[in-house]
Write a protein that binds this ligand. Structure first.
Ligand SMILES: [Zn+2]
Length: 380
């Protein structure tokens, strides 16, 4: 399987649409260019024109909250402070804003992209208690505006709980009876738009018994590539190989088969698809250290179809963005836990008939993603 080759960021668009709708707006503003700014962006049209149409629906996105009732600590590289208690304050702010947005336009659900509490909760013997605390603002929002919360599972969920426990916890948002012990699912956002949520730790040595086949397979995969005593260390691994560390995982053949089936169905039903998960799947959208083990297989699968418009993940704490050669927008959300108190790191996605507008707050940019729902809606 060949390495993915990509269009450069400012390449020409082969769909006869303006590039202005396909790049993060902050980039556009940082380097204004008359060709890029004309015609006016849909973002300006939708948000600055009082007569503009309202979104069909909206939803919230947030990642790597890593709450803990614990004093702040430096991250592994000592480059960012992990502000564990501040994470709760930022989540409260996000939930208040989503509640306000719901007054204007229906906010149907929140994508919580994983690592809701930090591994340190387990060391403090406070996993259940801290989970309860951070779920409170979400539960309040749920009861105030009747929205769904779709939780994803990251490495920190598995530092605190076994996979078995998570299946019967408030963090289980999908019906997993047929696929147990895996955790993935799909739901309709609105007519012609669907979310497919992946289990990026289905092949993983985290959260499973050391006697299990899953553990053994994951360990075999890891030790084949990573010769370090500490399997969380990427020492001596280069480039994309850095992904073979214990805190990452992969997707099974069974899940890939399921993904193929879902994408075939979506294409047949003229649906556009947003893929979500904890671990990013494109090497240009995150540090290589934070990449899915079998990202190439997943990308190859997505590239067989024309329906995927975006892949939204967390895990890479500094965030990232890349538009790949099939025009799929890969968004890696920055971590709430490493966000300063005077800012934030969440987003609200607004679905319009002709685009998905992801409006970031604080560390997150605003993205316009052409999704052509208008054509689909008018032709059906
Ligand atoms: Zn993570």
């Amino acid at each position: 399987m060949s390495e993915p080759t990509e269009l450069p960021f400012h390449s020409t668009d082969n769909n006869n649409t303006t590039m202005a709708v396909n790049i993060p707006l902050k980039v556009m503003f940082a380097a204004p260019d008359v060709d890029l700014l004309s015609p006016p962006s849909k973002h300006e049209y939708y948000t600055q024109n009082s007569n503009s149409p309202k979104p069909l629906i909206s939803f919230g996105i947030i990642s790597d909250i890593q709450y803990a009732d614990n004093d702040d600590c430096w991250n592994y590289d000592k480059t960012r402070l992990r502000r564990y208690r501040n994470a709760l304050k930022l989540v409260n702010e996000a939930c208040s804003q989503w509640k306000k947005i719901h007054d204007e336009t229906p906010l149907l659900f929140i994508l919580q992209l994983g690592d809701i509490i930090d591994g340190i909760c387990f060391q403090n013997k406070k996993s259940d208690e801290d989970l309860q605390t951070i779920l409170e603002p979400f539960n309040q929002l749920k009861s105030d505006i009747h929205c769904q919360i779709y939780h994803h599972w990251g490495n920190h969920e598995f530092y605190n709980f076994k996979r078995d426990t998570l299946h019967s916890s408030p963090l289980c948002s999908f019906n997993t009876k047929q696929i147990y012990p895996a955790y993935y699912g799909t739901f309709e956002v609105c007519k012609h738009l669907r979310v497919i949520s992946l289990d990026t730790y289905e092949t993983s040595a985290l959260g499973v018994d050391e006697t299990s086949t899953i553990y053994q397979q994951a360990l075999d995969m890891l030790t084949k590539h990573n010769k370090n005593e500490d399997l969380n260390s990427p020492e001596n691994l280069r480039g994309h190989q850095k992904r073979f560390v214990l805190f990452n995982g992969g997707i099974s053949d069974k899940q890939l088969e399921w993904l193929n089936k879902q994408l075939t169905e979506a294409s047949k039903n003229k649906e556009k698809v947003i893929i979500t998960g904890h671990i990013p799947i494109h090497p240009s959208a995150c540090e290589h250290l934070c990449l899915l083990w079998n990202y190439k297989e997943v990308l190859d699968t997505l590239w067989q179809y024309d329906c995927v418009i975006a892949v939204i993940c967390g895990h890479g704490h500094d965030g990232g963005y890349f538009r790949d050669r099939k025009n799929i927008h890969h968004l890696t959300f920055p971590a709430i836990v490493e966000t300063d108190p005077n800012t934030n790191a969440f987003a609200t996605a607004h679905v319009y008939p002709d685009c998905l507008l992801i409006q970031g707050v604080g560390r997150i940019s605003t993205y316009q993603i052409d999704c052509q729902l208008e054509n689909i809606l008018t032709s059906s």
